[in-house]
Design a protein around this ligand. Sequence first.
Ligand SMILES: Cc1cc2nc3c(=O)[nH]c(=O)nc-3n(C[C@H](O)[C@H](O)[C@H](O)COP(=O)(O)OP(=O)(O)OC[C@H]3O[C@@H](n4cnc5c(N)ncnc54)[C@H](O)[C@@H]3O)c2cc1C
Length: 346
Amino acid sequence: MEIKQNFSLKKYNTFGIDVLAKQFTEFNSTEQLENIFNNCKLKTTNHKLILGGGSNILFTKNFDGLVLKNEIKGIETIHEDEKYVYVKAGAGENWHQFVMHCIKYNFGGVENLSLIPGNVGASPMQNIGAYGLEIKDVFHSLEAFHLAEKKIKTFTLNDCEFGYRESIFKKKYKNEFAILDVTYRLNKNPQFNIQYGAIKEELENMNITELNIQAISQAVINIRSRKLPDPKVIGNAGSFFKNPEITNDEFVVLKNKFEDIFGYQLDNGNVKLAAGWLIEQCGWKGYRKVDAGCHANQALVLVNYGNASGKEIYDLSEEILQSVNEKFSIKLEREVNILYYCYAAK
Ligand SMILES: Cc1cc2nc3c(=O)[nH]c(=O)nc-3n(C[C@H](O)[C@H](O)[C@H](O)COP(=O)(O)OP(=O)(O)OC[C@H]3O[C@@H](n4cnc5c(N)ncnc54)[C@H](O)[C@@H]3O)c2cc1C
């Protein structure tokens, strides 16, 4: 196991922020992770960060601690019954490659989540979702290593407290566990979900006559490739803010003031608003200050045009938050994980 010192994380976060980790190492098995935690030099390091693909993270400063890059690989079918197949994937597997594996074997349930960047291990962290599906819809269980107790614990669906871009790992157990693997329950007879967004239209454009999960996946890939900036071309972490939820009464008040505002009615009686629309109304779409900006086509996506620092991106997000609050009296919440730790590199 090689421990790198003052290691640049620029290639390890999709924002492309050039910060240093005081220490950096990779692990590809539970045993390797246990060894790291038994290593006397490393176990005294206070701050530890488990890193996946770095696509939902903003480093605002150098990381004063140990970054542990999860490289646990492997995809295997561990059980099946009449209706379902249970597939276990290592946390270090690329999420989209896992989706492609499921498509190849006609295991249904994740096709709408094609092309989401990042790794399997982070998929339960914020209950990733897109095009009408969330990970909780196919989640069976996961195994995670408790960093302080050095014990492996299994979490089932009920244990994870999944919500909209939320789970117990972002709240009560924040930074406490390293997720080792995730088991998904996939459908042997896929149910198609094409009601959301422009999927139906895209399938028509593709001249698809017989619906299958491969076609749905390709439709999602086509839409996402057109809509979202590619982090390889321009640094970003997807949606920077969550779509806010307000009460119906609050929505009525806003609707009287801003007649174009669109709200999505939720089962609990509340209304979900499009954060991108709110940000756009405050004039931020296409805004650029030096290398930090708000994407020209997607106001919800903050971007690094080249050499922006994490602090510059963060400060821009703060300005956006304040202006949305002033105009609509709505406090947006950040979806991206912000890393604050300070380390003065020599
Ligand atoms: C262009 C673009 C589009 C996106 N679209 C979507 C979308 O449609 N829907 C969506 O939900 N998200 C989307 N995202 C956000 C991101 O892809 C997901 O949140 C993804 O799951 C992050 O995975 P990651 O491996 O990169 O996590 P990282 O960024 O590496 O980590 C994110 C958080 O999870 C923790 N973590 C990561 N792996 C582990 C592990 N094994 N154990 C414990 N903690 C861990 C980290 O410490 C960190 O706090 C998008 C991002 C981009 C750049």
